[in-house]
Ligand binder design. Sequence first.
Ligand SMILES: [Zn+2]
Length: 128
Amino acid sequence: MKIIDAHTHIDYISHKHQDDVFESICCATNESQWIDLVNIIKNDNAVYGAFGIHPWYLDSVKPEFDERLEELLLNNDSYMVGEIGLDKYKPYLDKQINVFEKQLKVAVKLHRAVVLHCVGAWDKVLNI
Ligand SMILES: [Zn+2]
């Protein structure tokens, strides 16, 4: 049996080398990880990338991050957006919503798949 790991993170990408996992969708969840994931993908065609700012890493958000995200995605048609979303158990829900909306706009504009994170906020995520 061949298994695709549809949700892993850059820190756990070595798990794809487990016996039955032959492809992985890996999320780089803050901007400092984006270039690392680009380099992993360049060297391993079994890894597909999703790039974004996870709601747990709001502290890492820098101005115009969404413009840099769009620029990055334009470099490769297979790049996705993620892991992005909302988490009601983490602080600053208003800022989470703002960051989530900006990333979702990029994904919609470029017709990219999205890896979603949602904890206790399905009503808000669905409305957005
Ligand atoms: Zn995740």
